[in-house]
Design a protein. Structure first.
Length: 403
């Protein structure tokens, strides 16, 4: 949407909610769904959008007249793209994705190529005057903790620097600033904000990385760290932070203290439950579906225990034996406006706190609603058209920002 709330942040929703991997399918979704959401939310004002593009779609979009046609479509319909989701490279709906969603990861040249193309598209699409920068969100380095492997970590860092150098070239050629937004996620190489800050401070914002950046860009070394900070930041996902039992205020403060740009915030909510409540385990099975990975984090006192997916948590539950006061949080994106889902709550409280923090002290220019699981939610929570649901989410955020 046109900038809203404190700090003039751009607000929109991510089109990864709509199935579609080819450019033709993405274009069809824009006509079939994005226009409908716009008509419900801001029919007479510019409408911001987060565009999800697969590895196939970015290549197709950069052939022939496709990108010119897209720009004409956006301009004619009062829509602008301020962020791109380049996290899932391959098919994202209708088939098991699970851990494969992180592939190729940042140890692979395919991830670099994909991100380079997505960044060029972002620079082409972003409005020339009204957008400070465009953001492109990406995987948290890798799924497993390969950053403990020195060789793998070195390759990941090298590839991130190579991509940052491409972003410098894009800005020099186009005058458009594009920022990569690395998205921490439970059970991944970069899982928490603390781990993410440590990775940036130990491996990216350091002398060796700056020297490599300077060599790739052909510039003085004194400027290269500033360019890394300018072009590589973080995507702060509200569901992921809540599932990790993190504090919004502490997370934002830690990133800002480290000089790490919060390039975008994804506005999302997960599930929270007491697994010892009668019927809780049986009801959680309704959310155990075969397409996406649904990490579970258990808090028992001050200790956290992590499970890669719902079946792993349920399997451990059978063997658990003694129990004590505890809470589970589940990485299953649910509608922002549904505070209750049967006997479960969503993590709306975390999201409210994050938005209140942004309202009082803006920390990003990009806010993106991202509830991509609409087609795998239990049927009792999907009784409305997807356009109506997305519009309700956006209007809920607008109301929170105006409170």
């Amino acid at each position: 949407m046109t900038p809203v709330g404190a700090g003039g942040a751009h607000l929109g929703y991510c089109t990864n909610i709509h199935p579609g991997e080819t450019w033709a399918e993405v274009r069809k979704n824009l006509e079939a769904h994005a226009l409908g959401v716009k008509s419900r939310v801001c029919p007479d004002r510019p409408f911001g959008l987060g565009l999800r593009l697969s590895g196939l779609a970015v290549k197709q979009l950069l052939t022939g007249d496709n990108i010119a046609e897209l720009k004409d479509f956006l301009a004619c319909n009062g829509i602008y793209v301020f962020t791109i989701n380049a996290f899932p490279y391959g098919r994202f709906h209708g088939t098991p994705v699970k851990e494969a969603v992180y592939l190729p990861d940042w140890s692979s040249p395919e991830r670099v190529e994909y991100s380079n193309l997505a960044a060029r598209i972002m620079a082409e699409l972003m409005p020339a005057q009204d957008l400070e920068y465009g953001s492109v969100s990406t995987v948290p380095a890798a799924f497993s903790d390969v950053t403990e492997d020195t060789a793998a970590r070195t390759t990941i860092v090298h590839n991130l620097i190579a991509h940052a150098a491409e972003l410098v070239r894009i800005e020099a050629e186009s005058g458009r600033l594009v920022c990569l937004a690395i998205e921490p996620e439970p059970c991944c190489a970069l899982e928490t904000i603390e781990e993410t800050v440590e990775f940036f401070e130990r491996h990216l914002f350091v002398r060796d990385a700056a020297a490599e950046m300077a060599k790739l860009c052909g510039i003085d070394g004194a400027d290269s760290e500033a360019l890394l900070r300018r072009h590589i930041g973080v995507c702060l996902d509200a569901c992921h932070g809540a599932v990790e039992f993190e504090s919004p205020g502490q997370s934002v403060a830690a990133l800002q203290a480290a000089g790490i740009k919060i390039a975008k915030a994804q506005l999302s909510a997960g599930l929270k439950l007491n697994p010892d409540t009668a019927g809780a385990i049986d009801n959680l099975r309704l959310f155990d579906e075969p397409v996406y990975l649904h990490q579970v984090v258990e808090r028992r006192g001050s200790e956290l225990r992590r499970f890669i997916d719902i079946p792993h948590a349920l399997g451990a539950e059978v063997k658990a034996g003694t129990k004590s006061l505890r809470e589970w949080r589940v990485h299953f994106h649910v509608p922002l406006f549904r505070e209750q889902l049967a006997q479960f709550e969503n993590t709306q409280a975390y999201l409210r706190d994050l938005l209140a923090l942004h309202r009082s002290s803006p920390f990003t220019k990009h806010l993106e609603v991202e509830t991509y699981t609409w087609d795998v939610l239990p049927s009792e929570f999907t009784g409305e058209a997807v356009e109506d649901a997305v519009a309700r989410e956006l209007l809920w955020v607008v109301e929170e920002l105006a409170s």
